[in-house]
Ligand binder design. Sequence first.
Ligand code: ATP
Length: 240
Amino acid sequence: MLELRDVSFSYGGAKVLFDVSLSVGAAEAVCLLGMNGAGKTTLLSLVSGLARPASGAILLDGAPLPPRPAGIVAAGVVQVPEGRRVFTQLSVRENLEMGAYLRLKKGGRAERAAVADDLARMLDLFPVLGERIGQPAGNLSGGEQQMLAMGRALMARPRLLLLDEPSLGLAPKVTAAIFRVVRDLPSIGCSVLLVEQNALGALAICNRGYIITSGQIRFSGTSADILSDELLREAFLGPV
Ligand code: ATP
């Protein structure tokens, strides 16, 4: 459903992505792995429309990606940004409802009922959010805010979820809870493009992966291919 063809990007004069080609299929979870500064966040911002490629093409279902971020969200591509960025003054419930803003704006009574069902589903996925539903999001722990940011994104019913380092700074147990939800998204029709430094964790829940260094894709393959390649493991995944 998503395809990047020979995409390049520069910040001012500094080129940071070089002819990147990458795809994410329907109901597929794909990870993008690489060190700090490799260009992962930049690549996601091109897909969510925060920046435009200098050259190359980004296609959604074979057609050019809509030009503006709002159009991209409306087309079903939603990003959970790095560092969470929940609305700290708003309650957990209000944050979740914000995720369904476009649906509520367009839809009638049936859509409002569907949004209420989805809200209940988010509380099943992340029970801790149910316990804190009326509290300001700013009172939540880092892990809870990450869950809220994911829940908010899922309230838009995305077809493709872009995740930027969801495990950053979180305790292993919280990371495991978040990764379990990510793993199950393709089975409910939501594809995933997951950027992670936790390579082993990401490969365990994704079908395929790409390895990017200094703005270039160096390797792509199934998670099993990447895990079984000794050189790749040593160079990119670190000691196991
Ligand atoms: P990290 O995990 O540290 O976020 P990353 O793989 O996501 O790393 P990017 O954040 O995409 O990497 O950065 C890619 C390159 O672009 C880096 O060299 C970075 O310094 C540079 N860069 C990122 N944002 C900007 C910006 N706004 N202006 C100029 N250079 C930038």
